[in-house]
Each structure stands twice: as C-alpha cells, then as structure tokens.
Design a protein around this ligand. Structure first.
Ligand code: GDP
Length: 465
C-alpha cells in the first residue's frame, strides 16, 4: 500500500458550475482540515464516514471559496484509503488555488490515473475493471458506454476467473495424480477432461469473437465514401451530418492530411475519412483519383459507393467497381428523385461482372438531396457491423487490445493441450500449457503483470481519475 497522500482536480479544468478536488491517502483528513473551516466549528476528524459538510476553504485568514466536503474513510472509498472530495465553485482559478493550498498543506499532486491505480493496487478492482473506467470516460456512444459499465461491474473478470479456476483445478488434479498414482488415478480421465477443455476453448473463442464488435463499438467504423465526380458524395455527407441524430466533430488529421468527420448514427459511430477530397469538388477529374481511392479503401471497414443514377455509368464507375471486392460496401443508388438512367438490375449485373457473381452487395436507393433512404442506410450499417449480438442486453464485448492478445494466447495454449491429447502425449505435458493459459488470462486481471505495464496503463488516464 502506498503511503503518501495525493490530490488532484477531478473535474474538467474548465469553468463550470461545480469543480471537485479529490484527496486520498492516510493524511487526507488532516490535510483537508488544515484548509477547511466547517460550519459549527468542528473538524472533519470529528465526523463520521460517508457524510457531507458545509464550510469554507481558507488560506490563513483569507477566504477562498464556499464548499461542500465529502468524507469517505477507507476501506469504503474509491481507493480504499481515506478520501476527501472538496466540491467548490467550478472556476479554473478557484480550483487551482484550492489544489495548491491542499498541496502546500501536506498532499502531493497525483499522477494521471493514480486514484484508480490505488484502487487496483489496494485490491478493490482488478486491472480490467480499472481499464474500463478509462473506457467509460472515453466512450463515444451508448454501446461503448454500456459495454464498459458491464466490464466495470466485473462481468469480464468473472468469466475470466471462472475459466482460470477450472484450468487450475484440472492442472492440480493431473499433478496430484502424477505425484500420487496409488491414490489418485487418471484412468477414465481423458474423456471428461477433453470435454471440459473443449468447453473452455468455446468460451475463449466466444470472447475473442466479440472483440471485432468491441472495436467497432469503441472506435467506430472507418468509412470511405467513393463515387464519380458529381455523384453526390458531399451531398450525402452533408445530409448525414445534418441529420438531427448526428453529432458532428471535425478532426484535422494529425499524421496525414486527412480530414475526418464523425457521425453518430443512433449509437454507431461512423468515422468518415478523406473528406478533404470530397469537400473540394472543384477539380472533379482529379478528385476521384483512383490511386487515392484505392489507398483509402484499403484501410476502411466500410465503403459507401455513391452511384449517380441520373447519368449513365462511366469509366470512373468501372474503376471503382474493380476495387470493391475486398472491403464491405454499400451501394447507394443516389438521385432517386430524378429519372433513372441506371437501374438496380444493371448495377447488379455490372458488379457481378467486376467482382464475381458470388459477391453480393446491398443496394439502397437514396436521395442525398431530399434525405430519403437514410433510415435504410443506418439499418444496413447496423446489420453489417453489429450482427445479432448487440441485441443481447447482457452481451460482453472485449474492447481492449491488451485483453484480446491475452485471450488469444490463452486460446493457443488450450489448443496445444488438445493437440497433445490427440497425439497421445503424456499428461505432464498438458499441465505446462494449462498453466500458460492460466497465466495469460491472469494478465487481464492484472495478476503477475510487470510494474512497467501497470504504470503505462494508468499513465494514459486523465488527471484526477
Ligand atoms: P460529389 O462531387 O460526388 O461530391 O457531388 P455533390 O454532392 O457535389 O453533388 C453534385 C450535384 O448533384 C450537386 O448539384 C447536387 O445538388 C446534386 N445532387 C446530389 N445528390 C442529389 C440527389 O439525390 N438528387 C438530386 N436531384 N441532385 C443531387
């Protein structure tokens, strides 16, 4: 258990109605008492745990702010240590002033994520739960939020613990039998053991299979809009952005000169990249730049191919269709409000010619100008990316790459045991791989994790959390 007392501003460093300074550690109460004068003349040290008090923060005799102070004595607190939360008026200057005061009276400035790190080190939560706190803060949509709440409540950890305890049980049984063959026999053991192992394999595979949805939920669907000049790409983007449900942010690319728009389609995030090219429609011939399209289509999760149905297909369309076979694509038959020169049948015929008749594409008739077809577009995206699994309210998603890697290692070890059984290897070989699987899963919970990794994980947290 770390001994010193830490403090930080836990609300955003911006002017707001209320701001909060959190103090945690063995001296939290006395440090707070040094800067506070409570109504009625008492001190926090006299008060019961889990109570809230009205008073003022003072610097010597100068009044700094009027505050409400919450007292939570360990171990029933976020960090399991004594925790004080000073709720003050939420101005940046006031917050900083109170924090400085608290630090001058015996606390130290907390590192990013240090409160949560203490909660982990003091055994209140495991590492995957700690990570879910961060994911919750960063959640960009309701699914990501729900998934992180479930992870925080220990849903993933429980499943991992169950699998681990089964692995440990089997290992212990085999080892005791090998140590003491007179009393414990492995006769007839193989069949039930294999069944149990198959079941563990299925559960690991299931968790891993949720990670793709998990990634989509967390990071959004990287989307590229393609189509010949004047097909209606920027109109489509604008229509989607103007939808009431869309939450819009502009992110100027940091690494490349990519402009990204984020669309929140009823809880699913579409990250539309390379919109710079779409927006600058003044140079239509260069705008499509097949090379450029190829480049951005390569890394996309989804392609929205906008077809201008009011004009004949041209060589630009042919070039695009050639590129369509790799990434999931939706064909948007745009300008449905005008007389059609291209029909769905003709598109299908052409697409088959370019991508083979076994590839099927979903086509949606839209009018970017009039905004029709947008509900169908949204439904199609949902169906393509979230399959049936999001419907299950209880579904757990693995959203963290670190967890995914550990699950994958554990699965490989389990598969090795199954292989050893098939090859008729002796039982003592199984236990090595069983224990490897056990250890890999332990990493998710934060057992036997290197200190450096722990530090790295918590450093990505925000201040005050
Ligand atoms: P881009 O070059 O693919 O980005 O195409 P724009 O979005 O700039 O659209 C080109 C032209 O087509 C503009 O004059 C739009 O108003 C028009 N347009 C786009 N979508 C539709 C549509 O659904 N119906 C009609 N009638 N016109 C459209």
């Amino acid at each position: 258990m770390e001994q010193d007392t830490i403090a930080a501003i836990s609300t955003a460093i911006a002017n707001g109605g209320i701001g909060m300074i959190r103090i945690s550690g063995k001296d939290a109460v006395s440090v707070a008492d040094r800067v506070l004068r409570l109504h009625g003349g008492k001190t926090l040290s006299d008060m019961k745990s889990h109570t809230i008090h009205y008073g003022h923060v003072y610097d010597e005799d100068e009044i700094i702010d009027e505050v409400m102070v919450t007292l939570m004595r360990g171990p029933k607190s976020y960090t399991r240590e004594d925790v004080i939360e000073i709720n003050c008026h939420g101005g940046v200057y006031v917050l900083k002033k109170i924090l400085e005061l608290v630090i001058s009276r015996g606390a130290r400035l907390a590192e990013p994520g240090e409160f949560t790190k203490r909660a982990f080190l003091n055994g209140r939560i495991d590492l995957s739960q700690a990570e879910s706190v961060m994911e919750m803060i960063q959640a960009k949509n309701e699914y990501a939020l729900r998934s992180s709440v479930r992870q925080l409540s220990g849903r993933l950890s429980d499943e991992i613990r169950n699998i681990r305890s089964e692995l440990l049980h089997e290992t212990a049984y085999i080892e005791s039998a090998l140590d003491d063959p007179e009393h414990i026999s492995l006769d007839g053991y193989t069949v039930p053991f294999k069944e149990k192992l198959e079941h563990i394999r299925e559960r690991l595979q299931h968790l891993l299979s949720t990670s793709e949805n998990g990634r989509i939920l967390k990071e959004g669907i990287s989307t590229v809009i393609v189509g010949k000049p004047n097909a209606g790409k920027s109109s489509l983007l604008n229509t989607l952005l103007n939808e009431e449900r869309a939450i819009v942010t502009n992110i100027a690319g940091t690494t490349r000169d990519v402009l990204e728009e984020q669309l929140n389609l009823n809880g699913i995030l579409l990250r539309v990249t390379d919109t710079a090219g779409i927006r600058e429609t003044k140079n239509p011939v260069e705008q499509i730049g097949v090379e450029k399209a190829r480049e951005s289509m390569k890394d996309a999760d989804l392609i929205l191919y906008v077809v201008d149905t009011s004009t004949e297909l041209d060589e630009n369309d042919m070039e695009i269709m050639k590129l369509l076979d790799q990434t999931p694509a939706l064909i948007l038959l745009n300008k449905s409000d005008l007389a059609p020169k291209v029909t769905a049948q003709e598109m299908e015929h052409q697409l088959h010619a370019f991508c083979g008749s076994e590839t099927s594409f979903r086509m949606i008739s839209v009018s970017a100008k009039e905004g029709s077809g947008m509900d169908e577009l949204e439904a199609a995206v949902r169906e393509m990316f979230l399959s049936c699994e999001v419907k299950g309210e209880d579904e757990m998603y693995v959203t963290n790459v670190r967890h995914k890697a550990a699950l994958s290692d554990a699965l490989s070890s389990v598969l090795l045991v199954l292989k050893s059984m098939e090859d008729g290897m002796p039982e003592d070989v199984y236990t090595i791989d069983l224990m490897n699987a056990y250890r890999s899963l332990g990493l998710i919970l934060g057992e036997e994790v290197e200190e450096d990794l722990v530090n790295e994980i918590f450093q990505s947290f925000c201040m005050g959390k």
